[in-house]
Design a protein around this ligand. Structure first.
Ligand code: ZN
Length: 269
C-alpha cells in the first residue's frame, strides 16, 4: 500500500478518536450541571415540605392562643354574672359565653384537622429528605466519575497528539493539505471504495479509476465528495462481477453529473 495512504488511514482513525474524546470532555461539565440542577429541585422540595410543617405548627399555636383567650373571656363573663342587676344583663353575658364556647369548639376542630395534616406533611418531608440524600450521593458519584473520565480522556488525547504529529510529519504536504480540507468540511477525510462506489457518498467511480483504487498504490480522491478512497480486500464480494456494459454506462453518467451526488446513489446490482 502507498505509504501516505497508509498513514492517512491511521491519521483519520486518530483524528476521529481525538474528536470523540474532545466532545466527551466538553459534554461532562454539562452533564454535571444537569444533575446539579436536578439536585437543586430536590433541595427546593425539602424546603417547601419544611415550610408546610412550620406553617401547620404556627396555625396550631395560633388556634391554641385563641382558645386560651376565649377561655379567659368566659371566666370573666362568669364572674361578672354573679354581680349583674337584671335578667337582660345576665342573658347578654350568657350569650357571650355561648359565643365564646362555639369559637373554642371551632378552634379545637381546626387543631384536630391540623394534626391530621401534620402527619401527612411530616411523612412528605421525610420522603423529600430521603430523595435529596439519594440524589446528593448520586451527584457526588457522577461528579467524581466525570473528574476521573476527564482526566483519562485528557491523558488519551495527549497520547494521540504525539502519534498524530508523528504521522503527519511523514505524509506528503499536498496530500495532507487535501486531507485537512476534507476533514474540516466533512468530518471524515477517507472513504472505502467498494463495488466501484465511494462508500461515503455512494457515487460510482470510473472502471479505470476503480482498478487503480484496488491497488491502493496512489492517493485517489472521490470526484463527488473529495474523500481519499482506499480499497479493503476483505470487503470484496464473493459474487461475480456485474455486467460490464451497465457499469460503464453508469460510470459515464456519474462523471457528467458529479455535482449532484444525491441523484447517483442508486446501486447498480
Ligand atoms: Zn465520495
Amino acid at each position: 500500500m502507498n505509504a501516505d495512504l497508509q498513514r492517512l488511514i491511521e491519521l483519520e482513525k486518530i483524528d476521529r478518536e481525538a474528536l470523540r474524546l474532545t466532545e466527551e470532555v466538553a459534554s461532562l461539565p454539562r452533564r454535571v450541571a444537569a444533575i446539579e440542577a436536578k439536585l437543586a429541585e430536590h433541595k427546593a422540595a425539602v424546603e417547601q415540605a419544611k415550610a408546610r410543617v412550620k406553617s401547620n405548627e404556627a396555625s396550631r399555636r395560633q388556634n391554641e392562643a385563641e382558645i386560651k383567650a376565649f377561655q379567659e373571656k368566659i371566666a370573666k363573663y362568669r364572674s361578672q354574672s354573679s354581680s349583674v342587676k337584671t335578667n337582660d344583663e345576665y342573658r347578654a353575658l350568657m350569650h357571650e359565653v355561648e359565643f365564646a364556647e362555639k369559637q373554642i369548639s371551632g378552634c379545637e376542630d381546626k387543631i384536630l384537622e391540623l394534626m391530621i395534616g401534620l402527619e401527612n406533611e411530616e411523612k412528605a418531608l421525610k420522603v423529600a429528605e430521603a430523595e435529596l440524600k439519594t440524589e446528593a450521593a448520586d451527584v457526588e458519584k457522577e461528579k467524581s466519575e466525570a473528574r476521573v473520565r476527564t482526566a483519562e480522556d485528557e491523558k488519551l488525547l495527549a497520547g494521540l497528539k504525539g502519534k498524530r504529529d508523528e504521522l503527519r510529519a511523514g505524509v506528503d504536504y499536498s496530500a495532507l493539505a487535501h486531507y485537512d480540507r476534507v476533514m474540516r468540511q466533512r468530518k471524515s477525510a477517507l472513504a472505502e471504495a467498494r463495488d466501484q462506489k465511494c462508500m461515503a457518498c455512494f457515487v460510482m467511480v470510473r472502471p479505470q479509476i476503480w482498478q487503480e483504487i484496488r491497488t491502493n498504490e496512489q492517493i485517489i480522491t472521490c470526484n463527488s465528495c473529495g474523500r481519499i478512497l482506499f480499497f479493503d480486500p476483505a470487503s470484496e464480494p464473493a459474487a461475480p462481477e456485474p455486467a460490464k456494459k451497465k457499469s460503464k454506462a453508469r460510470a459515464a453518467e456519474v462523471e457528467t453529473e458529479a455535482q449532484q451526488p444525491e441523484q447517483e446513489s442508486t446501486p447498480t446490482q
